[in-house]
Design a protein. Structure first.
Length: 361
């Protein structure tokens, strides 16, 4: 028998005893009122004291204990069939013990719920690898080889004391900032030193050269120039003589073909292409009244963009815009309406240097 069943049985037994005692007390009172000896009342039959015309009141039902065996009746149980008179107040069964009173059975506590599974922290998305930066120049301490390539402006016509065009000031700026550079090419001119540092006088500039028209074509000299010296950086300004000699409609295509040939020969080199310097329209030794240079310059960006998209290492610099930014009268930076003077070449040097500085060792 469980603890709860024992407690219910004890409560039932207590209730039955209280009911019997109360019934005997009532019978004693009735016997006394009727003149009977109270001492004999308990021995009398309850049934003989009950008027025949009255229906006996049913004994209050006692709630049965769930799943508990019948308790053993005590020796003081009244005779079978005895019932309380009609005017007897029926006793109410005692209420079962309230929850929490300490008399109820100890309920098994519900099993503890397992702790929620920890959510693993979100893993960060892998960072895509950054492709290595393009580095055309060596990192072993040897100088970066720069090839000035073009026409008479590359040669330095118009500069004086010293001559050498933009190459002089470009070298000065690079050395001042601690960069190791040299110029390469089969042509030679310029000063022997710049700021007491030996000046590399080599270049590939040819006076009067066109891109690929006539007998003085840069295209005809290109293979020999690249075979003699492998550059890390090429500085190319070409097309002024084509414009001066009435620019052919195929000039942008000729420039594109020249770039393709350079890229094929030195695919790891950086090629910096200039939109050509301004030219005088009138009043100078060299005049360009139709200003075909503007038309040519406007076509150059598309030529480069097409090849940059294909993976060639190309940069564009705008020399006409640089002259305009340096002087409100950009033609004052020209020696005779076509070639820059020393001030104009200094502007060219600053423009080239700004484009290549980050690539220099």
């Amino acid at each position: 028998m469980t603890k709860m069943q024992r407690e219910v049985a004890e409560e039932t037994h207590t209730y039955c005893r209280a009911a019997r005692v109360g019934a005997l007390a009532v019978l004693a009172l009735v016997a006394s009122a009727c003149g009977d000896d109270p001492a004999e009342a308990p021995a009398r039959s309850v049934e003989s004291q009950t008027p025949a015309s009255m229906s006996p009141a049913p004994t209050p039902a006692v709630p049965a204990a769930p799943a508990a065996p019948d308790p053993t009746p005590p020796s003081s149980t009244p005779p079978s069939g005895s019932e309380a008179p009609m005017d007897m107040v029926a006793l109410q069964p005692q209420a079962p013990p309230a929850a929490g009173s300490g008399n109820e059975g100890a309920a098994e506590p519900p099993p503890a719920e397992p702790p929620p599974a920890e959510t693993p922290p979100a893993q960060p998305e892998p960072t895509p690898e950054t492709p290595p930066a393009f580095a055309p120049c060596p990192t072993d301490g040897t100088p970066c080889r720069i090839m000035p390539l073009g026409d008479s402006i590359t040669d330095g016509v118009g500069s004086a004391n010293p001559d050498g065009g933009y190459r002089v000031e470009l070298f000065r700026q690079a050395v001042r900032d601690g960069h190791e550079v040299t110029f390469v090419g089969r042509q030679v001119n310029g000063p022997n030193t710049v700021d007491n540092v030996p000046f590399p006088r080599n270049h590939e500039g040819y006076s009067g050269a066109t891109i690929a028209t006539g007998g003085n074509q840069l295209a005809n000299r290109l293979d020999g120039a690249l075979a003699a010296n492998t550059p890390h950086i090429v500085l190319l300004q070409i097309g002024t003589n084509d414009v001066y000699q009435a620019m052919p409609a195929t000039l942008p295509g000729q420039l594109g073909t020249l770039l393709d040939r350079i890229n094929a020969a030195v695919p790891n080199a950086l090629i910096v292409v200039a939109q050509i310097t301004p030219m005088s329209r009138a009043g100078a030794q060299f005049n360009f009244p139709n200003n075909g240079g503007d038309v040519y310059n406007a076509a150059i960006p598309a030529v480069l963009q097409q090849r940059t998209d294909a993976g060639q290492h190309l940069l564009l610099v705008n020399m006409t815009a640089a002259f305009a930014a340096a002087n409100a009268n950009p033609l004052s930076l020209l020696a005779e309406g076509l070639h820059p003077n020393n001030n104009g070449y200094a502007v060219m040097a600053q423009t080239w240097y700004a484009a290549i500085e980050d690539f220099l060792p």
